[in-house]
Design a protein around this ligand. Structure first.
Ligand code: ATP
Length: 947
């Protein structure tokens, strides 16, 4: 097994949307482009060139309906004909090759050479056992690797994307695999296009088609037909499966799914292969190279020493040197590291954090700062309009959630919507300048779309607005969708009298700047008292409410489309500012406290108003009376100044995605290890730059997910904190397994070394050594991969990312326990011999003594420094008990079964010998516990507790 076996090269198959793995298949984008052109040239004549058809022709050919979509029956029929919208998984390297790769490790090479020479020297049994153990080890590595890969596969399957479609007249979200030709699909910025689409509507739609064409600049899309012979990159009327929506919105009709998509046709040569190796695995690879040379050096020295000074024969000494080498080689360690990482990934998935790239598992353990979005991550994202600020004063709104039940109150008195016509106007604008939908599912009101907009729909219903009537009365002609950068959304409508209106909703400072007066939809406008509005807004924001302003303007003449200039022209009438509550998640409050206790700073980066952010930050326990920096202030700072203030600021308000990138860089410049959350397409650069980019599973765009190392299944900050905790556990467990396995090697190599040094009979033979190495690695050490984490795990400061896996403390522990095992093995051998036992029986006692020491040391290693002399210490990990039971069974067979006796040269032991062996094991336990107690005292005196 190779250290780098956890390297997983995987490609992204966008149609299926899952990441499938393929080994070492690197294809350049250029090569792809060429062949795409070739593919386009010999276009299948049966395929219709939808890009060259008009929208209507395309819809007719596909028997699709723009405004209703397909019916459920049509979908079923088409699914039967076209199959699911998925690509077959790419072929993997065969099992034989994967098995052979297990031998590709320098430590194993040394063992193979040792085995070959042992064979040449005529020691058939010894050579047989060496080869046997190497093969068994490879087989175990092969099985474990398979398990690890399956675990990662299953986790990646959790990330299959969804698509927004129109079916039976309703917009709905479905698994992208269920798309069929003729489906009407909605696209928004950040989406991955789920199938090949003929675009039928676009709104500033730009698509990044690098996967298909190699062109990294986003292409602006349109609905007009293009020439039939246009190259793929020039077909602006199409959106191709697997490409990413960089900006804007669009609607398209599916023309091809699965293997019939452009990407499906070239999938056998799809690029974007990423080979993964974690920093730790690279560290271990280097370690194993160094170790090999040390082992070979010591073995050669022993060989020369034995012949020159002890007068052994060359053949005999060679066997001893082989014994030394095989004793020292930790051949089981790579497999254990792999499986420990894989177990960590699975545990994280159980806690709703899905790892996309393996190095994140390690990086998570050393995170020092988590930068988190506010809305939906730290807060519940269950929005409700609580307050309506108007020119006539404040109106409070009652009711909870999205249910349209509740009423209005002004100055402590109930207010009927009929009494306040302005409320109806506000409801209308809230409903019309809105892309969300409310649904009553199983008695529960849910939002389809943006929760902020959902809250506005509920307000409209509470204000007595009939959505259907209102939309018919004021049909929408155009829209500028909401984007975090410009912080507003605008829609253009006309009524039956031909009057056109522009409605705007957005961040108050943005909208207020566009307004000239305040009033209702039709007349009654008064001058804008900016001071009074700002005071009312500051009060609401101080209570943690999100603020959203609504404004209206007559279009002043016929207008077919909206442009940014139309909005920036201003001249709007402010209708209201809405105060929307979005309380913190209870579990986020707890998670923030846990992070702070673990020495991890939590920073909130939000697009919301500074006062809102500050209030929520206080409710979350982030910090009290701390300074809040706004996006505008970030822009005014140079990098050096930002790096100065970034560590002492916990809240960044009115921040846009590009500020996130600068913040990550500033934090990294200060030596911090940063985890950063994000969801939008523009968050991708910051997510990529962060040490651990974290994307939201629900509201996150595909673009953000692809840039991230980790995806949160529940969009919850608590899951980030949980992943950090698991990251620390994994790293601890890796340290524990290494610190557990290596003393066995030192112990046995030491026994051989001292035997040569003092010229005594070899207390343990090469086959026996290999047996001990293998049996400890597959039973005992594996149990440590399942450890749950020590009680002080989240009270320690974060690990220094530059710290080696084997710290000085661990090296000391390894050598210390190694020497204890030397003493036990040698002692057992010499004692038995001195009391008349045969060499074989004395060797059997030595092997069992070493293993008894290992069994009890396993309890010690459940904690680095805390005592395990308690119930939890012995019974806290059922895998430990299971592994010990298995080992005891194996040792009884090893000692008493005639076949094993013949193979390993062992002999049965009497009960007294077993008792002495047991006593040695208990002694190891107590001695290491005594060492820990000393360390604890020393740490207390020094005021710290490091390992
Ligand atoms: P976070 O970055 O923590 O998720 P956020 O969701 O509040 O915070 P944005 O989505 O960028 O940040 O919103 C910033 C501001 O834009 C909000 O305070 C609100 O005033 C306004 N806003 C939010 N959603 C919409 C929308 N759908 N339409 C119009 N304006 C909106």
């Amino acid at each position: 097994m190779q250290w780098s076996d956890v390297r997983i090269a995987f490609i992204i198959i966008p149609t299926k949307g899952r990441t499938h793995r393929r080994r070492r298949d690197r294809t350049s984008a250029k090569a792809m482009t060429t062949s795409i052109d070739a593919a386009a040239a010999d276009e299948d004549p049966r395929r219709i060139s939808h890009h060259a058809l008009s929208v209507d022709d395309s819809l007719i050919r596909l028997e699709a309906r723009r405004h209703e979509g397909l019916s459920a029956a049509e979908v079923q029929a088409r699914l039967a004909v076209h199959g699911r919208n998925a690509l077959p998984p790419p072929p993997r390297s065969g099992p034989l090759l994967r098995f052979l790769l297990q031998f590709h490790n320098v430590l194993i090479h040394v063992l193979l050479v040792a085995g070959a020479i042992t064979l040449l020297l005529g020691h058939l049994v010894d050579a047989g056992v060496i080869f046997g153990v190497v093969v068994i080890n490879a087989f175990i590595g092969f099985l474990q690797e398979g398990k690890a890969e399956r675990a990662l596969d299953a986790i990646r399957d959790m990330l299959s994307p969804r698509a927004q479609v129109l079916r039976d007249g309703h917009r709905q979200e479905i698994d992208a695999e269920e798309l069929v030709p003729g489906d009407i699909v909605f696209l928004a910025s950040g989406d991955k296009v789920p199938a090949d689409l003929r675009l039928i509507e676009v709104r500033s739609l730009r698509i990044e088609e690098a996967v298909l064409t190699g062109e990294s600049l986003a292409v602006t899309k349109a609905t007009a037909a293009v020439e039939a012979g246009a190259a793929l990159g020039d077909r602006r009327s199409m959106a191709y499966s697997g490409t990413l929506v960089a900006y804007g919105q669009g609607v398209g009709v599916v023309v091809a799914t699965g293997t019939r998509t452009e990407i499906g046709r070239i999938s056998t040569m799809l690029g974007a292969v990423r080979t993964l190796s974690t920093p730790l695995l690279r560290q271990m690879e280097g370690f194993s190279r160094v170790l090999t040379w040390i082992i070979l050096g010591v073995a050669a020295a022993a060989f020369v020493f034995g012949i020159a000074l002890r007068g052994y024969g060359a053949a005999e000494m060679f066997l001893a040197a082989v014994g030394l080498a095989v004793a020292a080689i930790p051949e089981g360690l790579p497999a254990i590291i792999t499986i420990t990482l894989a177990i960590g990934v699975q545990r994280m998935a159980r806690r709703r954090a899905i790892i996309r790239r393996l190095p994140a598992v390690e990086a998570l353990g050393s995170v020092t700062v988590i930068c988190s979005d506010k809305t939906g991550t730290l807060t519940r994202n269950e929005m409700a309009v609580q307050r309506v600020l108007t020119g006539d004063g404040r109106i409070d709104v009652s009711g909870a959630g999205y249910a349209p039940h509740g009423g209005f109150e002004r100055g402590g008195r109930d207010l009927e919507p009929a009494e306040a016509p302005l409320l109806t106007d506000i409801g209308r604008v809230a409903l019309l300048c809105n892309d969300a939908e409310l649904r009553l599912d199983d008695g529960e009101w849910r939002v389809l779309g943006d929760p902020t907009e959902g809250a506005l729909l509920t307000l409209a219903l509470k204000a007595g607005v009939d959505p259907k009537l209102c939309r018919e009365e004021w049909p929408r002609d155009d829209v500028i969708p909401f984007e975090s950068e410009h912080r507003f959304m605008a829609t253009l409508h006309h009524d039956h009298a031909g009057r056109a209106r522009v409605f705007v909703k957005g961040a108050p400072e943005r909208v207020l700047a566009l307004c000239v007066d305040a009033g209702a939809l039709d007349g009654g406008a008064r001058p804008l008292d900016v001071g009074a509005w700002e005071r009312a807004m500051a009060e609401a924001a101080g209570e943690g409410m999100r603020l959203l302003a609504l404004a209206v303007r007559s279009a002043g003449g016929p207008l077919a489309a909206l442009s940014f200039d139309d909005i920036e022209r201003g001249g709007f009438t402010l209708l209201a500012v809405l105060g929307i509550s979005d309380p913190p998640r209870a579990e986020a409050v707890q998670a923030v406290a846990n992070c702070l206790a673990a020495g991890i700073r939590v920073k909130m980066i939000t697009g919301d108003h500074a006062a809102t952010a500050q209030a929520i930050g206080e409710q979350l326990g982030l910090a009290r009376d701390v300074q809040t920096i706004t996006g505008a202030e970030i822009e005014a700072m140079d990098d050096a100044r930002l790096a100065e203030v970034v560590c002492d600021t916990e809240i960044f308000a009115r921040a846009s995605p590009e500020h996130k990138l600068r913040l990550v860089e500033a934090l990294q410049a200060r030596g911090e290890v940063v985890a950063m959350t994000g969801d939008g397409v523009n968050d991708a650069p910051a997510l990529k730059r962060a040490d651990v980019g974290v994307a939201m599973g629900h509201k996150g765009t595909e673009a953000a997910k692809e840039a991230a190392e980790m995806v949160l299944a529940d969009d919850n900050f608590a899951s980030v904190a949980a992943a950090v905790e698991e990251g620390r556990i994994v790293y601890d467990n890796l340290k524990k397994t290494a610190a557990y396995i290596l003393p066995t090697n030192i112990g046995q190599a030491g026994i051989v070394f001292f035997a040569v040094l003092f010229g005594v009979t070899m207390p343990i033979t090469p086959p026996q050594i290999l047996w001990v190495n293998m049996i400890t690695a597959v039973t005992l050490a594996l149990a440590l991969a399942f450890e749950d984490g020590e009680h002080d795990l989240m009270r320690r400061p974060p690990r220094d990312p530059g710290e080696p896996l084997l710290t000085r403390f661990l090296l000391w522990r390894i050598v210390f326990v190694g020497l204890l095992l030397v003493a036990g093995g040698m002692g057992a051998f010499l004692w038995e011999q001195a009391h008349g036992a045969s060499v074989a029986a004395a060797r059997t006692a030595a092997v069992n003594a070493v293993l008894a020491g290992e069994v009890f040391y396993l309890f010690n290693m459940r904690s680095f420094t805390a005592s395990v002399l308690n119930r939890d210490g012995f019974c806290g990990n059922r895998y430990v008990l299971g592994a010990i039971a298995l080992l005891v069974l194996c040792q009884i067979l090893f000692t008493h079964l005639p076949a094993m006796q013949r193979l390993f040269g062992t002999e049965a032991l009497d009960p007294a010998a077993w008792l002495r062996i047991l006593a040695f094991g208990v002694a190891v336990l107590l001695i290491v516990e005594a060492e820990k107690a000393l360390l604890r005292v020393r740490a207390r005196l020094a005021g710290r507790g490091d390992h």
